[in-house]
Design a protein around this ligand. Structure first.
Ligand code: PEP
Length: 274
């Protein structure tokens, strides 16, 4: 970090936000995985393993097709569910798509927006991602906005520039206050599904930058915004990451498909509350 950056990280509005306690969130992104049987067993195990804890919020993100089953299993459990995507239209001739109001109808709490796989594999651009963020809020679903740089961007010193661009396009479209009900996930693309995790220090540095960006515009939003880390989070690295002051939990892909591993990650987040 350059001396100029150190001054910026100690900016007055950032200093005000640094000691706030936010309820940790651990989110399991199941991606395009599992059969009815596997997903049912996973949801049952999580329900059993998390029946009595409320200090960490836990959310799972099954594929669309598994949502009704998971929703049924999780009834009466503190675990909430979200969707991995949504479309910007409300209804109509959009073959293959699912709208926010359809998800809300089933009791959806969260939706992932701007996941790097959507940005890269499905070519979602900043405009579409901003529109999806807005569509989620219009349907009363809380967006988890995913941002992060590629390895090339990091190596060229562009991490902050990229993240700022990804966040600003949504802030400009929806306004800063929209983030009172949203979550941000910092997911360096080079760490997703690769087994390479950002070190706790690397992740904290970017999380602090993200919080500072919000706090500059609204101390309240900077204060309350939960910023999750995602990218090869596992039972054995979660505790180090979650111990950092601006990391409020994790967005977990691969490791969320194993109930014992995911429960261990939730346990690591629980330590943040002690
Ligand atoms: C993700 O899909 O958001 C993710 C972080 O995946 P993984 O944990 O497998 O890197």
């Amino acid at each position: 970090m350059s001396p100029k950056d150190q001054i910026r990280y100690n900016h007055a509005s950032y200093t005000k936000v640094k000691f706030t306690m936010r309820k940790p969130l651990v989110a399991g992104n199941w991606k395009m995985n599992g059969s009815l049987k596997d997903v049912g067993a996973l949801a049952e195990s999580l329900k059993k393993g998390l029946a009595h804890q409320s200090q960490v919020e836990v959310a799972v993100f099954p594929s669309f097709i598994h949502i009704p089953q998971v929703e049924q299993i999780l009834t009466g459990s503190p675990i909430v569910w979200g969707a991995q995507d949504l479309y910007i239209g409300q209804s109509g001739a959009f073959t293959g798509e699912v709208s926010g109001s359809m998800l809300a109808d089933l009791g959806c709490t969260y939706v992932l927006v701007g996941h790097s796989e959507r940005r890269q594999v499905f070519h979602e651009d900043l405009g579409l991602i901003s529109a999806k963020f807005k569509a989620a809020q219009n349907a009363n679903i809380r967006p988890i906005l995913c941002v992060g740089e590629t390895l090339e961007e990091r190596e060229n010193g562009k991490t902050e520039e990229i993240i700022k661009e990804q966040l600003n396009s949504v802030i400009e479209a929806s306004g800063i206050e929209a983030f009172k009900s949203a979550v941000v996930a910092y997911e360096p693309v080079w760490a997703i599904g690769t087994g390479k995790t950002a070190s706790p220090e690397q992740a904290q540095e970017v999380h602090a930058f993200i919080r500072w960006l919000f706090a500059k515009q609204s101390v309240d939003v900077g204060n309350s915004l939960r910023i999750l880390y995602g990218g090869s989070v596992k039972a054995d690295n979660a505790q180090g990451l979650f111990a950092k002051p601006d990391i409020d939990g994790g967005l977990v892909g691969g490791a969320s498909l194993d109930a014992a591993g995911f429960l261990a990650i939730v346990k690591a987040a629980l330590q943040k509350t002690e």
